[in-house]
Design a binder for this molecule. Structure first.
Ligand code: FMN
Length: 509
């Protein structure tokens, strides 16, 4: 089984690392006339226009991102109004800005390079005001397009090895990644971005589902070919990456149709020319699951993480309690979120604010690869530049104790800037959080599929941190990094781990 051929992940991961020298040797320049379209457009399909009035969603953001389970009494079936909120607050167009090269539409969730390579599709049964079908969501015209009429949920349920949440879901949202749309700029590293950029979308989606009182579960275990076939994807160019089962229905799934016929709908070309980066297709193939049995085995065991005992000074987090915490609603916070472009170097965050951000964002994710008590695959390491009540230095989070362990004290502003690919943002931020993972253990447990899971989880946690920041009135941005230098900086504690993601936080300049 290719999922167990772990050399494939190491080949991809090591081959797409950034380093001081890889950046200096890089002669690649952006081909602007060849920049890909940010939308998938089916020119021959009629749009089902969605209502433009999207309700505000006033459930407090900090409450919504921390929820891990929604209990319902009876059925929870979303209607079209709910779907509009789920789609708009996770992938909708929320702002536009003029640049010398033209106008860029920004979306509800952050995305590397604002290239928006993640597409959303729905597979649903009959809903109160939407007929059963397979639909594509186009944020460009805020519409759905029906790709298949009829109830295909049993196909998805089968592809997940009859995962319970999917079997009971009136709707499953499928996220796909389109290689070229992001590799135009980031080349083969784009496969990592699939996880990050899908993750920020899913953090918003999960928070919105919580606000709508809809159960939601992220499912990473599925037979890739079956899902790709249902959406009729050209899997050399676009592939299914994650599923989210939404809602709860008591009606049994209809018996599935025997054969899923290919669709032949035209889609607009993304660019005059597309370049192929085989390394991404190879890691995707190597992390694919091929049948239900493989999916079930994949999902069967929980990863037990080793927590090394702290040896440095321990500082308990000081999260604000419910009576003190900001109560800004999910909808308004998502609408005002953006990636901070300059941090105010002189304005420190409070330790309570940073603690609240960490505490609320890391309560757990309802996912088939995580246990319910909320163990994460990523470990959080911090560089603190300016946080009132916390000394400057490097720390690691002991999530089981809600404490930070001081690894080394000192002014690491310049180092943070260097580690974040020599950008000013992490040097000027009040604090940066580095996501590191014991990739060896994760791959041993989950096979190559664990690589998708760890990148996606980082994106979800990062997306929650964006919302936790904007809910509390300060800013955040995702960042890329020099892989091995990050691990070296946090070693010996981080020895043997891999750098997965990076976020910076502070007040906006
Ligand atoms: C995973 C991730 C990595 C990012 N890396 C960088 C980065 O290295 N430098 C940077 O200036 N912005 C970075 N960004 C911010 C994006 O450029 C930004 O999200 C995008 O332009 C969309 O804008 P918005 O977040 O304001 O909606 C990153 C964002 C994400 C989600």
């Amino acid at each position: 089984m290719t999922n167990r051929n772990l050399d494939e992940t190491w080949k991809y991961h090591n081959g797409t690392k950034h380093s001081f020298w890889s950046i200096r040797r890089n002669t690649y320049t952006l081909d602007w006339p060849n920049k890909p379209l940010p939308f998938k457009i089916y020119p021959t399909l009629d749009p089902i226009e969605l209502p433009r009035e999207v309700p505000q969603l006033e459930t407090p953001s900090l409450e919504a991102i921390a929820a891990t389970e929604i209990e319902v009494d009876g059925e929870a079936v979303p209607d079209l109004k709910d779907l509009v909120q789920l789609l708009y607050y996770s992938a909708g167009l929320t702002k536009s800005k003029q640049f010398p090269g033209g106008e860029i539409h920004f979306r509800a969730a952050s995305c590397t390079g604002a290239l928006y390579e993640i597409e959303l599709y729905l597979v649903c049964g009959d809903l109160p005001d939407l007929k059963a079908g397979v639909y594509h969501f186009n944020p460009g015209d805020h519409s759905l397009r029906c790709l298949r009429a009829g109830d295909f949920r049993a196909v998805i349920a089968r592809s997940t090895g009859q995962e319970l949440a999917v079997m009971n879901a009136p709707v499953t949202i499928i996220s796909t990644g389109t290689y070229w749309r992001n590799s135009w700029k980031y080349r083969a590293r784009t496969y990592r971005h699939f996880g990050w950029d899908n993750g920020t979308i899913l953090s918003n989606l999960l928070a919105t589902a919580t606000a709508l009182r809809l159960p939601a579960k992220l499912v990473m275990g599925f037979v890739d070919d079956e899902v790709n076939r249902l959406l009729s994807l050209d899997s050399q160019r676009e592939v299914a990456f994650s599923l989210v089962a939404l809602g709860y229905s008591l009606s049994p799934l209809p018996v599935e149709s025997a054969e899923i016929e290919p669709l032949n709908f035209e889609t607009l070309m993304l660019s005059p020319r597309e370049l192929d980066y085989p390394a991404m297709r190879e890691i995707h193939a190597a992390s694919s699951l091929f049948n239900q049995e493989e999916v079930r085995t994949w999902r069967a065991q929980t990863l037990v993480k080793r927590h090394p005992e702290p040896i440095g000074e321990l500082i308990p987090l000081k999260p604000l309690d419910d009576s003190m915490v900001a109560r800004d609603g999910v909808g308004p916070v998502i609408l005002r979120r953006g990636s901070t472009r300059r941090f105010a170097r002189d304005q420190a965050l409070g330790f309570e604010q940073l603690s609240t951000l960490i505490h609320r964002s890391t309560q757990g994710i309802p996912a088939d690869f995580l246990d319910p008590v909320g163990t994460h695959l990523n470990d959080l390491y911090l560089i603190v530049n300016a946080v009132e009540g916390l000394r400057m230095g490097a720390y690691v989070l002991h999530r089981d104790k809600w404490m930070l362990e001081l690894l080394k004290e000192g002014d690491f502003r310049a180092k943070a800037g260097y580690l974040g690919l020599e950008q000013d943002l992490p040097a000027e931020a009040s604090a940066t959080i580095f996501f590191l993972a014991d990739l060896g253990a994760i791959l041993e447990h989950f096979g190559n599929r664990g690589y998708r899971a760890v990148q996606l989880e980082a994106g979800i946690l990062g997306g929650k941190m964006y919302l936790a920041s904007y809910a509390q009135g300060f800013g955040a941005t995702g960042l890329t990094f020099y892989d091995d230098d990050v691990v070296d900086f946090f070693s010996p504690h981080a020895f043997g781990k891999s750098a997965i993601f990076l976020m910076a936080f502070g007040f906006s300049q």
